[in-house]
Design a protein around this ligand. Structure first.
Ligand SMILES: NC(=O)c1ccc[n+]([C@@H]2O[C@H](COP(=O)([O-])OP(=O)(O)OC[C@H]3O[C@@H](n4cnc5c(N)ncnc54)[C@H](OP(=O)(O)O)[C@@H]3O)[C@@H](O)[C@H]2O)c1
Length: 324
């Protein structure tokens, strides 16, 4: 293992606890925002799309390095992204002095031979095993934030049978691991407002639900996060890469705004999310270096009142993901 990998980053070093996260001299794209006691750039990066670069590891590592150069210091991952491949990239690409807040998730495991390459792993002992697998593949003593990825609402896999697990039992194992020091903070993913309310007493750093300018059914959950001071980290902020999901870039009002402001439709969609709620932190996913640059630059987009009103009035369409 190289000397500068996160595995060598002792707990409580400045890289783990400092409130000024970006590399020295690099501005925060999208401005600064709080996450789990840290200050991060409001434009971060979701690493799931890097699975597609399985055949070009050097390009994937270079993309992560470019993200750091651009001021990205909040990166979302999971052990089940490429069965540890993406976590391995993060371990290789990031150094302690980069100050990147790595956020992973548990609740599903890799299933390389399966019809789809993940399976639910919601039981408390599975959550513990998944945190430990993430620690190993990321080479960390502590994961700054771990999201509990529930499966009681879509899009994606739904829990049934022994995978229907009480939230309190799951929070018990995660808070135990936080007490033990292997988790810095706990987040939730794919939850209802009721589930978030139940979890509030343990301390919730962030919530990740599927949400975008064109799919806004979770507005109540977002409001609850805002009032509780919890970071709102929408996944599929552009509509995701899966076919069939409503795409932000297909929306006529988004295309019109892009034309009038001389920006791309993706930039309009991301800038709208930043503008819509002050506690929003973005993790757009891309395997394309040019798209990464464009997404980071979305932090500079501003809207006049007319454009904002047109975007605000776009109707919401549900996310429906099938694996048939
Ligand atoms: N909590 C959860 O359960 C959960 C679930 C899913 C995802 N996530 C996280 O959320 C992150 C974001 O979601 P996502 O990656 O699925 O979807 P997304 O960010 O909504 O969209 C990704 C898609 O948009 C394209 N794209 C990105 N930037 C673009 C640009 N500037 N111009 C044109 N196309 C662009 C990407 O293609 P290119 O690669 O060609 O740019 C890719 O096809 C993931 O990476 C993952 O970390 C979490």
């Amino acid at each position: 293992m190289p000397a500068n990998t996160p595995a060598n980053m002792p707990v409580n070093t400045p890289a783990n606890t400092d409130s000024a996260a970006t590399a020295p001299g690099v501005p925060h794209p999208g401005g600064p925002g709080p996450l789990a006691g840290r200050t991060v750039s409001r434009i971060g990066y979701g690493a799931m799309q890097l699975e597609r670069l399985h055949g070009d590891r050097a390009a994937a590592v270079a993309l992560l390095r470019r993200a750091v150069e651009l001021g990205v210091d909040h990166v979302d991952t999971a052990q089940f992204y490429g069965d540890g491949f993406v976590n391995g990239l993060i371990r290789e690409a990031f150094h302690p002095e980069d100050g990147v807040v790595v956020v992973s998730k548990v609740g599903a495991d890799p299933d390389p031979g399966g019809r789809i390459p993940i399976r639910l792993a919601q039981r408390p002992e599975q959550l513990r095993a998944s945190v430990e697998a993430n620690l190993r593949s990321l080479g960390l003593d502590r994961i700054p934030v771990v999201n509990l990825r529930r499966a009681d609402i879509g899009p994606g896999l739904r829990a049934e049978g022994d995978q229907l697990v009480d939230l309190d039992d799951q929070l018990a194992v995660l808070t135990a691991m936080r007490d033990e020091g292997s988790i810095g903070a706990i987040g939730l993913s794919s939850v209802t407002p009721d589930a978030l309310r139940r979890a509030l007493p343990v301390g919730v750093a962030c919530v990740q639900n599927a949400y975008s300018l064109v799919s806004r059914d979770d507005e109540d959950l977002l409001s609850l996060c805002t009032s509780e001071g919890i970071a709102w980290v929408p996944y599929f902020p552009l509509g995701g890469a899966f076919p069939g999901l409503p795409k932000v870039t297909d929306e006529p009002a988004v295309q019109a705004a892009a034309k009038s402001l001389d920006r791309t439709p993706s930039q309009i969609g991301l800038a709208w999310l930043l503008r819509h709620a002050p506690n929003t932190l973005l993790i757009p996913g891309t395997a394309d270096a040019g798209h990464l640059e464009a997404n980071v630059a979305a932090g500079a987009v501003t809207f006049d009142d007319t454009t904002l009103a047109a975007l605000d009035s776009v109707p919401s369409r549900p996310f429906e993901l099938t694996f048939d």
